[in-house]
Design a binder for this molecule. Structure first.
Ligand code: URA
Ligand code: SF4
Length: 203
């Protein structure tokens, strides 16, 4: 185990024992995240669903099937990327995350980003996108008339963070793959946007 593996294991241990918000009470398995510990690209979802909560693996249900297909279509393998969520425990009935839950759980994601140091971060859906836009102070670039734009306006756009990294770290908001479980017509749109993020790795 190298240092990066050790540090990610520490987060796993902390999450398994976490009681920082009430979601620990009803969860079965926390879903910490998985993939390549040296990934150049990270995908961030919202929170575990029923199948993820049962297995402990992110994106293993219906949305995960779509994500796998889209990743394959843009030339990425799940083994090469890292996939995590803002919330590590499932909200009952898959309700939306609460602001205080995001506040309590966010530091685990922040640590994961610090350890993995991806060149590209892709928040999927509105909650993850808002979280990362705020984390990196990109609100003014992602707003109109003082209001943060929604994912349908931000998807596929490339934002640069000011972490003083060389090359700079990019944030690419994307539709959550679950949108294509309701509307199959959106699959080509997903592929087009995810390709924008994948292409950044080639430079
Ligand atoms: N939806 C998410 O946001 N994350 C998962 O892990 C599964 C479904
Ligand atoms: Fe802890 Fe996050 Fe689970 Fe809340 S959701 S109990 S903060 S790991």
């Amino acid at each position: 185990m190298d240092l990066c593996d050790q540090q990610l294991q520490e987060i796993r241990d902390q999450v398994v024992n976490c009681r920082k918000c009430p979601l620990y009470r009803e969860r079965h398995c926390p879903v910490v995240g998985e993939g390549n510990h040296r990934a150049q690209i990270m995908f961030i979802g919202e929170a575990p669903g029923r199948q993820e909560d049962a297995s402990g693996h992110p994106f293993c249900g219906a949305a995960g099937q779509i994500l796998n297909q889209v990743l394959e279509a843009v030339g990425l393998k799940r083994e090469d990327v890292y996939i995590a969520n803002i919330l590590k425990c499932r909200p009952p009935g898959n309700r939306n995350p609460l602001a205080e839950e995001i506040k309590a759980c966010g530091p685990y994601l922040n640590r994961q980003i610090e350890i993995i140091q991806p060149q590209v971060i892709c928040p999927m859906g509105n909650f993850a996108t808002q979280y990362l836009i705020k984390k990196y102070g990109l609100e003014s670039l992602a707003s109109q008339n003082g209001k943060l734009l929604g994912i349908s306006r931000l998807r596929g756009r490339v934002f640069e963070t000011n972490d003083l990294l060389e090359p700079s770290r990019k944030i690419v908001p994307l539709y959550h793959p679950a949108v294509a479980t309701y509307n199959a017509n959106l699959k080509p749109v997903l592929i087009k946007d995810y390709q924008v993020a994948a292409d950044l790795l080639k430079n």
